[in-house]
Design a binder for this molecule. Sequence first.
Ligand SMILES: [Zn+2]
Length: 347
Amino acid sequence: MNRRKFLKNSAIITSLIPSLGFAKSTNRNHFIMPPKPFEYFIKEGKIKGGKILIIGGIHGNEPGGYKASDILINTEIKKGIVAILPRSNPESIFTFKRGYNGDMNRKFASISKKDADYYKVNSIKNFISDFKPDVILSLHDGYGYYNKHNNQWGESIVIDEKIYNNIPLFQTASFVSNYLKKEGFNIPIHNTKTSEKNSHHKEQRMSLTYYALTHHNIPAFCIEGSKQSSLKRTTTIHLLAIKKFFELYNIEINPSFEYLISNLDKLLEPKKTKIIAYINNNKKLISKSEIIKVPKNSEIKFEVSNNRGGGVIPKHVNINYHSFFYRYNLDFIVKNDNISEYLFKII
Ligand SMILES: [Zn+2]
C-alpha cells in the first residue's frame, strides 16, 4: 500500500475537522480534546497468503464488531495480510449511538465536505483504494434475529447480491454460514438484492459493502451479531465468521481462534482509562472522579494515556469539536469505548 500517499491525504483532510474557536475570549476556558485520528493497523505474516480488510465500529451502538476487531489487533498474523480499522466511527462509539452525525453507512455513495463524517468516510475509501484487499468484512450487531423475523438484521451474513460481476457472494457466505451452523450458531444469509430494480433495500446502495463491490469489484460482507445478544455471544459469532473467512482467503493467525474464544471473558474485560490534562501546560493525571479548579482563561489540553478504546468527551458540547471555548463549569465523561467509566468536572 502507498502509505505515504495515504498519510498525505489524511493530513490534508484533518484540517476539515470542525473546530470551534473565537479570537477573543474573556473568562472562558479553552479546551483542546484528544485527537481522533483515523486508526488503522496493518499486520503482515511471514508466509504469503490472502489480503483481508476488517472494519469495525461504523455503527457506534454495535460493540461486538469493534471488540472483535480489537482482539485481532493483538494477535500475530502468520500467513497473509490483515488490515484492521477497529473503530471507524469513534464519536458514535463514545456516545453509543448508531450515528452521532447520522448513519455513516449511508454516506459511501456521496458525502458533502461539510459533513462531520467526511474525513472518516473518505479515509476508509482511500484505505480501500490503497490497500486493495481480496475481501472486506464490515462488522455489525444488527437488531433482533434474522432467523426469527426476516425484517430484522441481527445474527445474519448480509450480501448485496447472490452473484455480482462473477463474484460468488452467496457461495462464499454459504461456506461461512454452514460452518457457523456446525459450531451451533444459526446465522443465515440475508441477500438485500441491492441493485435490483425493485429492491426492498435501495438504501444499501449508499453502504460501504456496496461501494466496495461496485467501485472496486471487491467482495464485501456484513457480519451481523445481535444487539439483543450478550457481548460474548456476539463477539464469538464475529470471531467464528472471521475464522472461516481467514481459512477461505488463506490467512493464519497465532494464537488460534479457539484460544481467543475460550479466553473471551478476559479479553473483553474493560481496561481503565486514564486522562492526562495539561492545565496551562502543567501536567495532571486524572484516573477517578474529581472536581478540578482552574484559573479563569485557562488552556486545558487532554490526552488519553493508555488503552485504544479510551477517550474523554465533554457532557454538553458537540463532541466533533477538537477545540472549543467554554465559560461555565463543565463535566467530562471518561470512556472506555461505549462504557462510561467516571466523570470529572472542571470549574
Ligand atoms: Zn450496523
